[in-house]
Design a protein around this ligand. Structure first.
Ligand code: P71
Length: 461
């Protein structure tokens, strides 16, 4: 690769504090993963060399954010940091009202309890695990209305996060608009491979649902990364700032739930934000039951300050260029090595296609779970299953859901790892690929009731 190309995503920051990593032997890791029931969620982090389990809460904060942590106003009510956060949400997302929560699922819980009644349907551009769980617990049924291309790991559609308006229309015809409180629109779509939704499609969803009196709720957890793809790929946006695009996206919704542990460059936090005064009133009243007073929502004052300051940094284009450039760097290297991954390369992660990686392992022998375990044993790199284990069971039949996508995710914490860490990761995946013929699948020996992927245990077949 040319010097020029390599430099093109170089980080606009330098390292001030380091955190030592432990290196281990293959024998050590074989024991560790066996004891963890072949589930990477159950490994101890000290036994992990490069941790690509998630980009959630694993970000490196800036010196300005850390300085803000010292300015935490830990008053029970009316913390100054809450007002800073409220102003930042207004400035960058545009919403009029803010309810902070301890993390994203706290906001999903409150929103679902308020808007969903027993027997409702919630269309969405593919499910996310915690989002769907809260929708179902509130009595709703999730309906996937993402475009078909999103389920095809080899389709190169530039906006695989788009909603298929025909599927949405069919649902309205089938169940009636009064049974659909809102459309749940994620930007970017995590389970589809970190794929963006286009502004054109989001606007079309907004216009169409308005005709039927249906709200739009944005999962804006990675909306900044979506805005970057809109700028890069959508006509008419090349000269617009990320901040402008982000606000325009939010203006197509009634409310948003956000996990601040991603875009906002923090380690904890979340919020519900809205333009709707009635929804705000209800959310502000309910948050005190589950999270905490409406001016802290389960967070310390210092956490809210880190979020407010992180927002200023998240929309900087140089930062985003390096962040998404790093993911692209790994993805392109893997593609050159003949490794099957989801294309186009996503915003926060690379997704290995376990069905093509291990064509001999049937889906109910958990190929993605197996692949994640094999990569850990090879190099100490930790990844996450996003396939049949994550998809859970059908609520009615009790059978496994068999998702089209059987993936292993390598999610990149923001501002944490170097290019050399990226190279080690690619080498390890290539070496597991070279030895793929010798690998057998797994069987599940312990299955928790809720969100089973977190604590399920497996044995080698
Ligand atoms: C990720 C996570 C964290 C996670 C959650 C569940 C299983 C495994 C890992 C969290 C998200 C997300 C989107 C689009 C809401 C949440 C929940 N993602 N929406 O990708 O990606 O936020 O974790 O702050 O509660 O590793 P929360």
């Amino acid at each position: 690769m040319s010097e020029e190309k390599r430099r093109s995503w170089a980080e606009p920051f330098k390292i001030k504090v380091v955190e030592p990593l432990k290196t281990t032997t293959r024998g050590y890791r074989e024991r560790a993963i066996r004891e963890a029931g072949y589930n990477t969620f159950l490994l101890r982090s000290e036994d992990v060399y490069i941790d690509l389990l998630t980009d959630s809460g694993t970000n490196a904060m800036s010196d300005n954010q850390w300085a803000g942590m010292m300015l935490g106003d830990e008053a029970y009510a009316g913390s100054e940091n809450f007002y800073n956060l409220e102003a930042a949400v207004g400035k960058y997302y545009g919403y009029s009202y803010l309810v902070p929560t301890h993390q994203g699922r706290g906001a999903e819980h409150i929103l679902s309890q308020i808007l969903i009644s027993e027997g409702d349907y919630i269309p969405g551009n593919m499910y996310f695990t915690t989002t769907r769980e809260h929708q179902e617990r509130a009595g709703g049924t999730f309906v996937d209305v993402i475009i078909d291309e999103a389920h095809d790991p080899e389709s190169t559609h530039p906006f695989k996060g788009n909603v298929d308006l025909r599927k949405l229309e069919d649902l309205i015809e089938r169940v009636g608009a009064e049974k659909i409180p809102y459309v749940s629109v994620a930007a970017t779509v995590n389970m589809a491979g970190g794929q963006p939704i286009s502004m054109e499609n989001l606007r079309a969803v907004r216009e169409f649902t308005q005709l039927h009196g249906i709200k739009v709720v944005l999962d804006a957890t990675r909306a900044v990364e979506n805005a970057y793809f809109v700028k890069r790929r959508e006509e008419g946006y090349a000269d617009r700032s990320i901040a402008e695009i982000l606000r325009e996206m939010c203006s197509c919704s009634d409310a948003a739930t956000v996990s601040a542990k991603k875009d906002l460059l923090t380690n904890i936090g979340g919020f519900l934000a809205t333009f709707d005064e009635d929804l705000f009133e209800e959310a502000r009243s309910l948050v005190v039951v589950y999270e905490g007073l409406h001016t802290y929502g389960g967070l310390a004052g210092r956490d809210m300050e880190a979020m407010a300051r992180g927002m200023e940094e998240m929309v900087e284009e140089d930062y985003l260029h390096a962040r998404i450039g790093q993911v692209e760097y790994v993805g392109e290297k893997l593609l050159r090595g003949g490794i099957p991954i989801v294309v186009p390369i996503g915003g926060h992660a690379i997704f290995l296609d376990a069905k093509r990686f291990f064509p001999g392992i049937p889906q109910d022998h958990f190929p993605a779970q197996t692949l994640a375990a094999e990569i850990y044993v090879d190099s100490g790199v930790r990844t996450m299953e996003r396939g049949i284990v994550s998809a859970g069971r059908d609520r009615e039949t009790g059978e496994h859901n068999y998702p089209e996508l059987e993936l292993v995710r390598l999610a990149f914490p923001r501002r944490v790892y170097t290019q050399a860490h990226c190279d080690v990761t690619v080498e390890s995946i290539e070496s597991v690929h070279d030895n793929r013929e010798s690998v057998r699948g797994l069987r599940m020996v312990h299955e928790p009731k809720h969100l089973r992927f977190f604590q399920a245990r497996f044995e080698k077949l």
